[in-house]
Design a protein around this ligand. Structure first.
Ligand code: ZN
Length: 413
């Protein structure tokens, strides 16, 4: 979907505001000779922005308004280096709540609902975003934050929570605990809003079945407001992104070329009205695609497919791009194997070939050598590469609530 006239005018206004602010990006744009945009072609010439820029601008170099207009900051911690600080104006906070309230509404949640919020409150954008959206909608927020499972379940029963907001890992843990304690009949949940990350259908089905709820994926990242900038509708065909606040592109992560709707690549987002820290063409490093066509629900905003992993995890072997989603599909077909994995790619000089090593986790009840054989065979038939496979015990590979890096390409070192 090309950028439309209205969006283009908003980007033009953002560029002029950035230039006038004298912030980090004003220097970038001045050097690149960018003074505004008046066509989609102009827009595509604007350089991408990346998390590395935001780190260079630490702490408040990307602030584009005077101090007295900033009402709050949030921070995203990177896996390496300095954190990123994002300043918000009162309007930014209000806009975020508006989008988040729309997300709840799209999921069929009403002011009569009671929303149990388990993502963390604090520097990062999770809990507080769920809370602001809930209050804007007019529903009852139950601001639990993460952990303390006994208390979570007690509140869920006593307050008759109808909506659970959680990461997929925490929703799974709660579902298992409710099942183990035989409390299924005592809970009143009907919907789950799950922070979007890659998660397996097996996990999704288990949570939906055990808790008896309908699940919705919510999308977002701290650099672009936070969670709540998009959600899947009852049609469950992709996540609608609110195009009056954001313009979304998909690019080839290696070349930066903009890809047509339907093709998988990296999500790039432009904030159209953000004041505190406007970002133009921000590379999210999340992999997905824009679903072509209009959704059956009637909402005309563009839809992103389920997040398929990180662009840092896309790899190229023997000239072929491979996506983390393909690895997951393979592992999903092998009995007793978890969805966690690690891939190492290196060049072996002695045979002048690239070597791929797959590390996967398997349950103790299955034979590790047979499992390794199965994975090797599936890789050969699906991706036309034969990896070395190492099987380790469950819970050996590192887990993270955030976005875990799984592919390590040692050829570039
Ligand atoms: Zn829809």
């Amino acid at each position: 979907m090309k950028i439309n006239e209205t969006q283009l005018a908003l980007v033009d206004r953002q560029i002029k505001r950035i230039l006038a602010s004298g912030n980090y990006y004003s220097e970038v744009y001045r050097k690149a000779g960018i003074t505004g945009v008046s066509s989609p072609e102009d827009f595509e010439k604007i350089p991408f922005t990346d998390k590395a820029d935001l780190r260079n601008a630490y702490p408040l170099g990307i602030q584009a308004v005077p101090d007295e207009q900033v009402v709050r900051i949030h921070s995203s911690s990177g896996t390496t280096g300095k954190p990123v600080i994002i300043p918000y104006t009162a309007k930014d906070v209000a806009d975020w709540a508006t989008m988040f309230a729309r997300c709840y509404e799209m999921a069929g949640i009403t002011p009569r609902d009671r929303i149990q919020i388990t993502p963390g409150y604090g520097l990062w954008t999770a809990g507080i975003g769920f809370q602001a959206g809930c209050e804007k909608l007019g529903a009852m927020a139950i601001p639990m934050g993460p952990g303390n499972t006994d208390k979570q379940i007690q509140m869920m029963i006593d307050l008759e929570s109808t909506v659970l907001c959680a990461t997929s890992s925490y929703a799974l843990l709660l579902a298992e605990e409710i099942n183990r304690r035989g409390l299924r009949d005592k809970i009143r949940l009907r919907k789950g809003i799950i922070g979007s990350e890659r998660w397996s259908d097996a996990k999704r089905n288990y949570i939906a079945r055990e808790l008896g709820i309908e699940l919705y994926d919510i999308y977002g990242l701290t650099e672009i407001y936070g969670p709540g900038i998009g959600i899947n509708c009852p049609g469950q065909t992709g996540m609608h992104i609110f195009d009056d606040f954001l313009y979304t592109e998909i690019i080839d992560p290696k070349t930066g070329e903009v890809l047509p709707d339907g093709e998988e690549g990296e999500i790039v987002i432009t904030t159209l009205v953000k004041e505190g820290a406007p970002l133009i063409r921000f590379r999210t490093h999340d992999l997905s695609r824009i679903l072509p066509g209009v959704c059956s629900c009637g909402c005309t905003s563009p839809r992103l497919d389920t997040i398929r992993g990180r662009s840092d995890d896309m790899f190229k072997v023997h000239g072929v791009n491979m996506f983390p989603s393909q690895v997951e599909e393979i592992l999903g077909q092998v009995d007793g194997v978890s969805s966690e994995y690690k891939i190492d790619i290196a060049h072996d000089e002695s045979i002048n070939r690239d070597i791929i090593m797959v590390t996967a986790e398997a349950e103790g009840r299955v034979s590790f050598p047979q499992t390794a054989d199965q994975i090797r065979t599936l890789f050969k038939s699906r991706l036309n590469v034969t990896p070395k496979v190492v099987i380790v015990s469950l819970n050996t590979l590192p887990r993270s609530e955030k976005k875990t890096r799984r592919v390590f390409d040692h050829r570039e070192e």
